[in-house]
Design a protein around this ligand. Structure first.
Ligand code: MAN
Length: 353
């Protein structure tokens, strides 16, 4: 059976978080975007690990952005907009004198809620900041997986060294163990499965190959969460479809009786970001049993089509209550929204090969 109706129902409270919802990390910075949260449950509350993207208030004729200097202090770089050595067509990234920079610097802020709609920052749970030469342009899009009491945080680490994946773990959201980079550049969109498969940890990741190959979704396994091997490419971009330019995993996949259901993002050459689904074999998740032909959710509402970077729906966190899936997602790279779907409805959109 192919389900043809709308799959996700958006919250009437959307957006649930905006750049005005929390204070900036310091006086000289302003929050431009709240986006792409990791999602978890902790102490009977719903937690979001929100990506907070900041920069100074922009002055006429200048582009200015923060970065971490060699001593770990936030510095501001200012460039004249009419400088011939500046390329600034993309609001997210600029190139200056042949070097790439991000226009904002991100950190991660945990916020908590009883009802999944109203979220607050709690003083005892601190924000997580960039802190080394592999995160000097920021930390982004953190997936939160839970195995037993342990939370596994896989985040995108951005620096002049490239874009890689870092791992931190915590049990109490107060003390963290840092493992540094587990996937070197260029890699992002890493999500660790919430249970072992054949006694191995499993993770989605997204290396990018600039020449032969592309921005494809890969699977890796590990005995210890630190050393990853047996890499397999499980989903490539598809010409003419919603995932024609790049794709990457959301968070940990959902175990269903049909296999592992993974919600992923796919983008076109025009940077339109939609959501799709993959169904993977339960015992051998590198086997793809089914994949969305068309998006299961796409930017439609004004808060998704316009914003810091419009036409973007990006999710890397959800909650599961029986058959009900609640996703939190970044909309237009500016605000955080929530939507619900039935897992059965999503599975019904997938035709098994
Ligand atoms: C990339 C990531 C995301 C972002 C999208 C859309 O895939 O950096 O953080 O939301 O682009 O801009």
């Amino acid at each position: 059976m192919i389900y043809t109706g709308k799959i996700f129902t958006r919250s009437v409270h959307n957006p649930v978080l905006t750049p005005q919802s929390i204070p900036a990390s310091q006086d000289k910075l302003k929050i431009e975007c709240l986006l792409n949260p990791g999602v978890f449950r902790f102490n009977c509350k719903i937690g979001l690990l929100v990506r907070v993207a900041e920069r100074p208030v922009q002055k006429e004729g200048l582009i200015s952005f923060p970065y971490l200097d060699a001593s770990g202090r936030i510095e501001i770089k200012e460039i004249q907009k009419d400088n011939p050595e500046l390329q600034a067509e993309d609001p997210r990234v600029i190139t200056y004198r042949g070097e790439d920079y991000l226009t904002t610097m991100s950190h991660l802020c945990p916020v908590f809620s009883e009802d999944g709609i109203h979220f607050n920052e709690l003083p005892e749970y601190k924000r997580i900041y960039a802190d080394d030469s592999y995160t000097s342009f920021g930390i982004e899009d953190c997936r939160v997986s839970q195995i037993g009491e342990e939370y596994l945080l896989t985040y995108t680490a951005v620096s002049p060294n490239g874009v890689g994946v870092g791992l931190k773990t915590t049990r109490d959201w107060k003390t963290f163990t840092n493992y540094g980079l587990i996937f070197p550049p260029h890699n992002k969109d890493c999500a660790i499965f919430e249970e072992k498969v054949n006694n191995r940890y499993m993770a989605f990741h997204r290396p990018s190959s600039p020449e032969i190959g592309g921005n494809y979704l890969w699977l890796a396994e590990s005995p210890d969460l630190i050393h990853w091997g047996n890499h397999r490419c499980i989903a490539r971009t598809r010409e003419g479809k919603f995932d024609s330019a790049r794709l990457g995993a959301g968070c940990a996949p959902i175990r269903t009786d049909k296999g592992w259901l993974s919600i992923y993002h796919g983008a076109t050459e025009k940077n339109r970001y939609c959501l799709g689904a993959l169904l993977l074999d339960t015992e051998t998740p590198s086997i793809v049993l089914a994949r969305s032909e068309t998006p299961i959710m796409e930017p439609e509402l004004p808060y998704e089509t316009t914003g810091f970077f419009g036409e973007v729906i990006f999710t890397n966190g959800h909650l599961l209550d029986g058959d009900e899936l609640t996703i939190y997602y970044g909309a237009a790279d500016e605000v955080i929204c929530m939507a619900k779907a039935s897992v059965t409805d999503i599975l019904n959109t997938l035709s098994l090969k």
